[in-house]
Design a protein around this ligand. Structure first.
Ligand code: SF4
Length: 476
C-alpha cells in the first residue's frame, strides 16, 4: 500500500490510520507518486485538505477547507471516512491510534462533563458509542485512584525477564529459563544491587512509595530461594508500610508452588496474577505455554488457600485457531472462578513475536475478535466487574483495546498510575524503564536500563551511573 504525503506534517498519524485498515500490508510512504495500484493520497495545499484513495478497484475522494487548530484531525477523519467507505471496515476507535485514550477522556470529562466528553469522542474522533462509554467508565474509575495520590507518589517496578518457555505471541524481553539458566543467579545479584541503590536514592528524595510491582517475564520463574532474596532486598531497602500495594506476577501456572506462595505471603505481597490466556488445552499447546488448563485450575486453587487480597487472571481474545465459542467458554469458566481481577487482552501481532516471524502469514478474522471482546465486556459487566484500566497497542487485532476489570474496590493502583503516567516509577532490572514525573509540567522523563540480562549484568556500572539522574531530577 502506497501512502502519498503531499505538503503536510501529519505523516505519522496518517500512516497509523492506514495501518488500521491494511494491518497485514507494508505501508510505503512517499512524497509524490505517479504509480497506479492501491494507494492513498493526502494533501494540504492552498488551505484545502484533500484525501483520495484507490482501493479494491474503487476510488473515493473528500476535501475540506483547512482549519489551523484542527487540521490533523480533519485529515484523519476524512481518511477514516474514505477508507471505511471503500473497505467496509469501521474502526471502533475511529481516528484514535494512541496507547492511552483514557488520558484524553479524563481531560475531556474534567473540561465538560461525562456526557459531553462521550459526544466529543464520537464526533471528533469517530469513536463508536460503546467504546466511548467504556472509555468514560474507565476514566472515571481511574480518577478515583489518581485523586488519592499526589506528585510525591512513586512506584517500584522490578523486572524478572525469565519465563519457563517463550509464548508464541510474546513481544517482551523474556528468556526461556531453560536456555538462560546460568544467567539467573548473576542476574539476581545485580538486581539486588540495583534495588539497594534505588532505595538509597529514593530515601534521599521526598518521594513516597505507593506501589511495588514485580513483572517481566514471569517473576515466579525464580526459585523460591531467589524469590526470597529479591523480596527481602525490597523489604530492607524500601519503606513498605500497610498502605503500599504489593503485586507479584506469577503468570505461568507451571511456576506456581506452595513454597513460592509462602514466600510471597511472608513478605507482604497482597496481589498476584495467575494467567490462563485460554482454557483450551489444544490452543495452550499451540501457543507454546507448556501448561494445561488443569495446571491453571490447580494454581488458582492453591493461591486461593493463601488468602491474597486479589488474584488477577489474563485472557487473550484472538489466539490462533481459537473459535468464538471457545473464547466465550474461557470467559464463563473464569467468571466461575471469581478472581478479583480479570484482564482481557486483544492479540497483538508484534514483529518480535514468533507468531509473526514464523514464515507463514498470520490472518485473523477481525470481526470474530471484535465479537469476542464484546462478549467479554458484556459478561464481565453483568457479573459485577468494573473496567478500571485500559490501554491499546499498535498491531492489535481490529485495533482493539486491552481492559483490566475488577470487583468493586479491587483495582490494581499500580496499573493505573503507570499507564496514566501520573506517578514516578523507579524501575530495576533488565529492560526496565524508570519514569520521572515532573511535578511542574506533568511530563515524564525516562531512564532506560539495558534490555537483555547479559548486557544488564556485564554493564551494570553504566546502570548505576544512569540512575544518578533520579537525584539530579528531584534535586532540581
Ligand atoms: S509468560 Fe508473558 S512474558 Fe513470558 S513468554 Fe509468555 S507472554 Fe512472554
Amino acid at each position: 500500500m502506497i501512502l502519498v504525503v503531499d505538503n503536510h506534517p501529519f505523516q505519522y498519524e496518517m500512516e497509523k490510520i492506514c495501518t488500521i485498515f491494511f494491518s497485514q500490508e507494508k505501508i510505503k510512504t512517499v512524497r509524490e507518486s505517479d504509480e497506479t495500484g492501491e494507494r492513498v493520497f493526502t494533501s494540504l495545499r492552498e488551505n484545502v485538505i484533500t484525501v483520495k484513495a484507490f482501493v479494491n478497484s474503487k476510488s473515493a475522494v473528500k476535501s475540506c477547507r483547512y482549519d489551523l487548530d484542527d487540521a490533523e484531525m480533519q485529515m484523519a477523519r476524512m481518511l477514516v471516512e474514505v477508507l471505511s467507505g471503500l473497505t467496509g471496515k469501521k474502526p471502533k476507535w475511529g481516528v484514535l491510534t494512541g496507547i492511552r485514550p483514557t488520558k484524553l477522556m479524563r481531560s475531556e470529562i474534567e473540561k465538560s462533563g461525562r456526557e459531553k466528553a462521550i459526544e466529543f469522542f464520537e464526533k471528533n474522533y469517530l469513536v463508536s458509542h460503546d467504546k466511548a462509554i467504556l472509555c468514560a467508565d474507565v476514566a472515571e474509575n481511574e480518577q478515583k485512584i489518581i485523586s488519592r495520590v499526589d506528585s510525591h507518589s512513586c512506584c517500584l517496578y522490578i523486572s524478572i525477564p525469565f519465563c519457563p518457555t517463550r509464548c508464541k505471541y510474546c513481544s517482551f524481553v523474556s528468556h526461556s529459563v531453560e536456555r538462560t539458566n546460568k544467567l539467573v543467579d548473576p542476574y539476581v545479584e545485580a538486581l539486588c544491587r540495583e534495588i539497594e541503590l534505588s532505595g538509597r536514592i529514593v530515601r534521599s528524595t521526598d518521594l513516597r512509595l505507593d506501589a511495588v510491582y514485580f513483572g517481566g517475564g514471569t517473576p515466579s520463574t525464580l526459585s523460591a530461594q531467589n524469590l526470597r532474596k529479591v523480596l527481602s532486598c525490597v523489604r530492607d531497602n524500601f519503606d513498605l508500610d500497610d498502605n503500599v500495594e504489593y503485586t507479584v506476577e506469577a503468570g505461568r501456572p507451571d511456576t506456581v508452588d506452595r513454597e513460592k506462595l509462602e514466600a510471597l505471603k511472608e513478605f507482604g505481597v497482597g496481589r498476584i496474577s495467575v494467567n490462563a490466556q485460554t482454557l483450551n488445552d489444544e490452543i495452550l499447546a499451540k501457543i507454546g505455554r507448556n501448561h494445561t488448563s488443569d495446571d491453571f485450575y490447580k494454581a488458582i486453587a492453591l493461591a486461593k488457600e493463601f488468602g491474597f487480597d486479589a488474584i488477577n487472571t489474563d485472557l487473550i481474545a484472538g489466539l490462533e485457531d481459537e473459535s468464538y465459542e471457545s473464547f466465550c467458554e474461557n470467559i464463563e469458566r473464569t467468571i466461575e472462578l471469581s478472581p478479583e481481577n480479570v484482564t482481557v487482552h486483544t492479540l497483538c501481532l508484534k514483529r518480535s513475536s514468533t507468531l509473526v516471524t514464523d514464515s507463514r502469514k498470520v490472518r485473523r478474522d477481525e470481526k470474530t475478535v471484535d465479537m469476542m471482546v464484546e462478549y467479554a465486556n458484556k459478561r464481565l459487566l453483568e457479573s459485577g466487574y468494573e473496567p478500571y484500566y485500559m490501554y491499546r497497542q499498535s498491531k492489535s487485532l481490529g485495533n482493539l483495546e486491552n481492559v483490566g476489570w475488577c470487583k468493586k474496590g479491587k483495582e490494581c493502583a499500580y496499573n493505573i498510575l503507570m499507564m496514566e503516567e501520573v506517578s514516578t516509577v523507579i524501575a530495576c532490572g533488565a529492560g526496565a524503564v524508570t519514569k520521572l514525573y515532573d511535578r511542574k509540567t506533568g511530563k515524564i522523563e525516562r531512564i532506560f536500563n539495558f534490555k537483555y540480562p547479559y548486557e544488564y549484568i556485564d554493564r551494570f556500572e553504566e546502570t548505576v551511573e544512569r540512575k544518578q539522574k533520579i537525584s539530579e531530577f528531584f534535586g532540581k
